[in-house]
Design a protein around this ligand. Sequence first.
Ligand code: CAA
Length: 259
Amino acid sequence: MTHILFEKKGSVAIAAIHRPNALNALNSAVLDELDELLDAVGADDAIRVLILTGSGEKAFVAGADIGEMSTLTKAEGEAFGKKGNDVFLKLERLPIPTIAAVNGYALGGGCEIGMACDIRICADTAVFGQPETGLGITPGFGGTQRLSRLVGPGMAKQMIYSAKNIKADEALRIGLVNAIYPQEELMPAALKLAETIARNAPIAVRACKEAIDRGLELPMDEAVALEENLFGSCFETEDQKEGMGAFLEKRRHEPYRNR
Ligand code: CAA
């Protein structure tokens, strides 16, 4: 891949968007590579957590590519929005947990790709925003929807209507990120969190993701029924038997086997 740097550390995969000349802005080529990468990550049983970040020290992702968008027609604009949304939905629906390690500018499509991840942590240098109305467009890769759901419609509307960027401390205050680290400590912190998650029973972790994400779309009685079903299915796993057996035998459980 040209625009994504990919590595595996044990059961944690790290993907870094890499367009050094454009602050990692998302053009069609990056979206195509990301789409392909997500298929590969989803099919790899050995990967338990995906960390998404930006290459270099300045930007996570500075948005969708303004050069590519500048001459789009109405139909092409709609198609570009769909292309981004399809990839971000694939990211959001990846069965394993995803962590956005936001290492700098996360603007427009950059804020949006971060919001398609399960968890966001950032560097103290990170800057978030949806600058689209200042460019004559709406957010186009899910920003109107995910920002409203994450921080509430009032704050989302303020950010989107004003097109004003916010710094890391404000992102933490409004719940857009879970934690802030000094720049050099961000990736170690992301890895530590990913490894902590990866040590837990993978089937149970994936079931929690499904219960939370699907459950949020459902009325409460259907949502708790979904949880009951997923909770029940864990009792068919070897990992549940090992986890509870180890507790009762007062020993440390064996590494979970994803079975
Ligand atoms: N698209 C294309 N190129 C971009 C880019 C983007 N979103 N963001 C930065 N770049 C390019 C710049 O054009 C520049 O290229 P050249 O060196 O060839 O001129 C290079 O990256 C470095 O950028 P700057 O010189 O501007 O760096 P800076 O430090 O002065 O400013 C910045 C950094 C504040 C992030 C500024 O680059 C900026 O405002 N970028 C645009 C951010 C933006 O508006 N993003 C939203 C895009 S719209 C969108 O994402 C729609 C959607 O929802 C799908």
